[in-house]
Design a protein around this ligand. Structure first.
Ligand code: ADP
Length: 472
């Protein structure tokens, strides 16, 4: 058993016990203290009430019946007589069980008291020295006419035996001890049962969280029977699965980066060795080999630059500097930079920009976005080797579309191509030259400009990559 005083188990258990103790204290107080002090007062009130109701009912038809009923239900004795001595009601008359206490002696005592009294009603406590029993007597008299219209004095006597409270209290106390013990035990059991039911799933969640902390991503959490704990468990399971995914992604990224870096480095190393060992004296070969080294170094440079700018974009370290510039001029100058390449390789890059649009944005970064999209289009274009760039203005937004007629992208891959280092499986073989970062950079820059981006693509027909940004 866990005795950590701060534990949920202990606290629940203690609360239940405390609750039971409080209830029992209340019961003890009410039953014993109250009974002890109030019994007499309650009896007096009850007797007075009964006597007054009798007086009120006097003269009614069912008067004698009511007297009989009251004396059997209320544990009292009623005696009513007129001043001429005729008895209207008495326990002896009505065949009640004869009073077990000193009824006749008491009656006489109270009759005397009433005769002496100046005002009515009177109440007398009749004490019995031989037994513990006392009797509370209440007496009053009224003037009433009989059937012949003659005035009579009618005297009412109500006797209420007072039982010794002490013995009752003794019995109650005895019972209460058992009740207290049973209710304490019961509350303890209930507390333990409830705390077990709440604490166990929490304990299990803690165990699973420890597993997660030890690196076992994908651990599932089980929450038991309470909605709140089940929600917590579900959230943790979700977190754990997300962690697993992101961990796998990180591993992929590491594998990709090291692969991407290793290939050009191996090339640089092997060509350098070749120059040292073989082609050093042959200027033609040496130059060709040196060119490979330069190309690979360029590629490394490109890769490292892409990585740097992406990480700066994603950590928010890169800020955009907006300035108004002409989109048409920018696009023309980009297309111009591909002129020699297009001529040599047989590509055609067509620009469709009917109006001159001025946009307030970071020109350098928008240029990078367009260049990345053109590079991709060139890389993945179809046999027609054609790339179409179209720029339009609509609703205060300038929209760029870069279209190719290449192999397109499978629908299930589309949502992933914007992720870092993602290379679509269909294009993987052809994209050894890509870094897998181009589209992530496009996405980050467009988002930094508060714009939108997307792609419409059909496998076998080609793709149109688009983005739009506000002109202001
Ligand atoms: P990469 O350097 O591999 O091109 P990107 O982030 O630019 O990296 O592109 C991610 C992936 O998206 C590419 O590997 C390719 O599979 C797919 N892709 C991008 N542009 C096109 C395109 N125009 N046509 C078909 N697939 C494309």
């Amino acid at each position: 058993m866990d005795f950590d005083t701060k534990s949920l188990r202990f606290k629940l258990w203690a609360l239940f016990a405390l609750f039971a103790i409080l209830i029992m204290l209340l019961v003890w107080f009410l039953e014993i203290y109250f009974l002890h002090n109030n019994y007499e007062a309650m009896k007096i009130a009850e007797t007075t009430g009964i006597a007054q109701s009798l007086v009120a009912k006097y003269g009614q038809e069912d008067f004698v019946d009511s007297c009989a009923k009251l004396s059997t239900t209320s544990d009292i004795y009623i005696h009513i007589e007129e001043d001429n001595g005729s008895v209207i009601y008495s326990p002896m008359l009505e065949g009640d069980t004869p009073p077990s206490y000193m009824y006749f002696r008491d009656l006489r005592t109270v009759q005397k008291e009433l005769a002496r009294a100046q005002s009515f009603p009177i109440s007398v406590m009749l004490e019995d020295a031989t037994t513990d029993y006392n009797t509370l007597a209440y007496a009053t008299q009224i003037e009433a006419e009989d059937e012949a219209g003659v005035l009579h004095t009618v005297r009412f006597y109500v006797f209420s035996p007072l039982y010794p409270v002490e013995s009752t209290i003794r019995i109650l106390r005895h019972q209460l001890v058992y009740v207290t013990i049973i209710s304490l035990l019961f509350s303890l059991m209930l507390g333990i049962f409830l705390s077990e039911r709440i604490a166990r799933p929490l304990h299990n969640i803690t165990e699973s969280a420890m597993e997660l902390a030890r690196g076992k991503y994908g651990t599932t959490f089980h929450g038991g029977n309470y909605t709140e704990i089940v929600n917590l468990a579900d959230t943790l399971t979700y977190t754990s699965i997300e962690l697993e995914k992101s961990c796998a992604q990180q591993r992929d990224i590491m594998a990709n980066v090291s692969h991407d870096l290793r290939t050009p480095l191996t090339m640089v190393k092997s060509y350098a060795e070749m120059i040292r060992d073989l082609s050093g004296d042959n200027p033609e070969k040496r130059n060709a080999h040196l060119q490979v080294i330069i190309d690979e170094a360029d590629r490394l440079n490109l890769l490292v630059n892409d990585m740097l700018s992406l990480s700066r974009l994603q950590t928010g370290a890169m800020v955009i500097e907006k300035k108004p510039f002409s989109v048409k001029e920018m696009a023309e100058s980009i297309v111009q930079s591909y002129a020699i390449f297009c001529e040599q390789e047989g590509y055609s890059i067509l620009l469709d920009c009917p109006t001159d649009i001025t946009v307030n944005a970071d020109e350098g970064k928008i240029r990078q976005v367009v260049t990345n999209l053109i590079n991709n289009a060139v890389k993945y274009c179809g046999n027609d080797r054609m790339v179409i760039i179209s720029i339009k203005l609509a609703h205060g937004q300038v929209r760029f579309d870069v279209t190719d007629h290449g192999m397109g992208i499978a629908p299930e891959e589309i949502e992933h191509i914007w992720e870092r280092y993602y290379k679509a499986s269909t294009n993987h073989v052809r994209t050894t030259a890509g870094t897998g970062l181009g589209l992530s950079i496009v996405k980050e820059i467009v988002l930094l400009h508060g714009g939108k981006y997307g792609v419409n693509s059909e496998v076998g027909k080609g793709s149109t990559f688009w983005f739009e940004i506000g002109v202001r």
